[in-house]
Design a protein around this ligand. Sequence first.
Ligand code: NAP
Length: 291
Amino acid sequence: MILVTGASGQLGRRIVQWLSVRLPEGGAGKLAVSVRDPARVDVAARGIEVRHGNFDRRETLSAAFAGVECLVLVSTAGPEDACIARHCNAIEAAAAAGVRRVCYTSFLDADAKSPSAFARMHAAAEADLAASGLACTVLRSGLYGDFLPMKFAAALRTGALRLPAGDGKVSYLSRNELAEAIAAAAVAPRLEKQTYELTGQTAHDYRDLAARVAAAVGKTLRYEAVLSGAPVESFEAGDMPAATARVLAPLYASIAGNRVARTTNDFAALVGHPPKSIDCLVAEFFRAPRA
Ligand SMILES: NC(=O)c1ccc[n+]([C@@H]2O[C@H](COP(=O)([O-])OP(=O)(O)OC[C@H]3O[C@@H](n4cnc5c(N)ncnc54)[C@H](OP(=O)(O)O)[C@@H]3O)[C@@H](O)[C@H]2O)c1
């Protein structure tokens, strides 16, 4: 049985959809999800088992992971220490439950020395997985293109995209593409390697991205690099809750340092075709649907 955690979330839900496409009979009897609130998922009617599991409550996880062969462990978000503790709980519970393989959704910049807390917490989870002795497939993802509209919301009003990202490049791909690749990894009978880096086809700095978005929406946009370490109020103002913006700010230091700029062929190796081009993603996320 394959069990997907975080199936009430945006990525986990899509992973379940792609697994349903790949597994016989839509995964009925072979696929399960574990969520904090079973009322928030509606897959039981399709024969997908719904279990309760909360990484903050270790006592819930032995039942959640019982009988699971492949655990698709979708990372959580939040304060660095809380995420590290949660993911550690889930990995220890998977080992105790006799899970055969864990597919972990990591981050392209997973590195204990990264300026970004997200990157450091993913590095900690990868280290915990390695120490657990569990067979694992680490799926490091690039940045979600799905967040581009939020990133550009203020710029589309003011004409200026102000970010502390310097000339750093990003190899964006969409959340749905990531889910497709993660599902492919989970069902693969054999994989060539342990760590896959899921990236877009090409990497682009924000000057380039601003030009592409401007062309797609028919507006003029310029990119202004804000000084690294500048207060969050000086960029993305008004588009994001201040607390979220403060958490995200160090991510721009990663971007400025080209830590999420790599491009690989790993997506195609898992899925069988390349990810969408950046212009395709921009069209998907910015162009108004035709009447
Ligand atoms: N590469 C990128 O650009 C990027 C961007 C954003 C996030 N991420 C990472 O990718 C992950 C998935 O993204 P997403 O868009 O699907 O986020 P999401 O919609 O917020 O989903 C996160 C999932 O984690 C679950 N979760 C939270 N705390 C939990 C706990 N204590 N125990 C068990 N499950 C818990 C949530 O459950 P509830 O529904 O019960 O809250 C939800 O299902 C994020 O959590 C983050 O680590 C990557």
